[in-house]
Design a protein around this ligand. Structure first.
Ligand SMILES: [Zn+2]
Length: 352
C-alpha cells in the first residue's frame, strides 16, 4: 500500500488562518494501513471531509503544542474517531500544554475526550513512542509555548521530519538529519524573521546541512503569502540544493517516492536516471479537485520548475476526469468496511 501525506491546510499565522486566506487543519499521514492526524487546527474536520480523509480511521492524533492553529479541532477529531466515545479507539499523543494546560491556561484536551481513546500520551523532548508500525521521536522546539515539540516519524519505507513551530537554533540541524522528507513550518519569507518561527533564510541554513530527499514548506504567514510560497520554495531550493515544494491546501504527497532506500530500488528497475525522474513525476504528487485547479492557476501566474509543472499538470488532468465521475465510490467502500470489521485495538510502546 502506497503511503500518503495530505495537507488539509497550509495557513500559518492568525492573519492567514482567521480569514482562511489559506485553509488550516494540519496534515494526515497514511502508512501501512494506519492513519496519523497531525496538528488538527481550525477546520480539521471540515477539511478532512473535503480531502477524502475519514477521521474514524485515525490510529493516533498527534498535537505538537497548544496554539489554536494546531489544536483547536483536537476534541472534534477524537469525537469523530471514537463515535464520541462509544467505541473507544486509538491514541492521543500531545505535548504537555495540550494535555495538562499551562500556567493561567486550561488544557486543550477535555476530560471527556481523554476517555474516548485507548491511551493518552504526553510527549516531551527526547521521548520515543511506537504506535503499530511507526516510531515517533519528540524533538525540542523553540517556541512561545515552551513545551512545543517537533517530530520525527520512522516508518518501514521512509523517515519524515516535522519541525512544527520553532525559531531557528543550531541544534535543529543535528536533530533533523537523516530524514527522507522534512516538513517545515516556514511562517516568514526571506528577509523577515521572528523569535518564534522559521523563515526561508532559516530553511536554507537547515536544508543545506540536513539534505533530505525532499523538503515541503507549509504554515505560511501573511508575509510569506505576499512573497508567494512557490517563489520562496524555488529560492530555498536553489540556495540549499534540496528539492523543495510549497504545500498547497489539499496537496497529497506519496512519501515512498522520496525515500532514499526506495529510490535505490527504483533505480534498479529503471536503468537510467532520466527514466527514474519520469516515474517520480508521474506518481509523487497528487492534488484534490480544487487544489488541482489552484495548482493549474498558480502555474500560469508563476514560473515553476519544469518538474513541478509536469507533476501538477498530469495530476490536474487526472483529477478533472475524476471530478466528472463524481460518485466517490472509494469512500463509500471504506465506510462499509468500517461497519463490517470493527477496528482492532492499537499496539503501542512508550520509551521514556
Ligand atoms: Zn505556534
Amino acid at each position: 500500500m502506497v503511503s500518503k501525506i495530505t495537507f488539509l491546510g497550509t495557513a500559518g499565522d492568525s492573519l492567514v488562518y482567521s480569514k482562511q486566506i489559506r485553509s488550516s487543519g494540519g496534515f494526515v499521514i497514511k502508512t501501512g494501513g494506519y492513519q496519523f492526524f497531525i496538528d488538527p487546527g481550525p477546520g480539521a474536520l471540515n477539511r478532512s471531509s473535503f480531502c477524502n480523509i475519514n477521521p474514524r480511521e485515525t490510529t493516533a492524533v498527534i498535537v505538537t503544542h497548544s496554539h489554536v492553529n494546531h489544536s483547536s479541532d483536537l476534541n472534534a477529531i477524537v469525537s469523530a474517531m471514537s463515535y464520541n466515545g462509544i467505541d473507544k479507539l486509538g491514541v492521543i499523543i500531545a505535548n504537555k500544554s495540550v494535555i495538562e494546560g499551562r500556567e493561567g491556561d486550561t488544557p486543550v484536551l477535555s476530560e471527556f475526550h481523554k476517555g474516548c481513546v485507548e491511551r493518552v500520551f504526553t510527549m516531551t523532548e527526547g521521548q520515543k513512542i511506537g504506535i503499530e508500525n511507526m516510531e515517533i521521536h519528540a524533538i525540542k522546539a523553540l517556541h512561545d509555548d515552551p513545551d512545543t515539540i517537533g517530530l520525527k516519524f520512522f516508518t518501514q519505507d521512509f523517515v519524515l521530519g516535522y519541525t512544527s513551530d520553532t525559531a531557528y537554533k543550531k541544534e535543529l540541524i543535528e536533530q533533523y538529519k537523516k530524514c527522507d522528507i522534512l516538513i517545515m513550518n516556514i511562517v516568514h519569507p526571506s528577509g523577515e524573521s521572528s523569535d518564534n518561527n522559521l523563515s526561508s533564510d532559516d530553511a536554507v541554513k537547515i536544508l543545506s546541512k540536513t539534505k533530505p530527499q525532499l523538503a515541503i514548506i507549509t504554515h505560511f504567514g501573511k508575509g510569506m503569502i505576499k512573497a508567494d510560497p512557490i517563489l520562496e520554495a524555488r529560492r530555498i531550493q536553489k540556495e540549499s540544493g534540496v528539492q523543495v515544494i510549497a504545500a498547497t491546501d489539499g496537496m497529497v504527497i506519496s512519501p515512498n517516492y522520496y525515500s532514499a532506500e526506495m529510490k535505490q530500488r527504483t533505480l534498479n528497475l529503471y536503468p537510467s536516471d532520466e527514466k527514474d525522474e519520469d516515474v517520480e513525476a508521474e506518481h509523487s504528487v497528487e492534488h484534490t479537485g480544487i487544489e488541482a485547479k489552484e495548482a493549474a492557476e498558480d502555474k500560469e501566474e508563476n514560473t515553476l520548475d519544469k518538474k513541478e509543472e509536469i507533476e501538477q499538470e498530469s495530476k490536474a488532468e487526472e483529477e478533472k476526469e475524476e471530478e466528472e465521475d463524481k460518485d466517490f465510490p472509494a469512500e463509500e467502500e471504506s465506510e462499509k468496511e468500517l461497519e463490517e470489521k470493527p477496528k482492532e485495538k492499537q499496539k503501542f510502546l512508550l520509551d521514556e
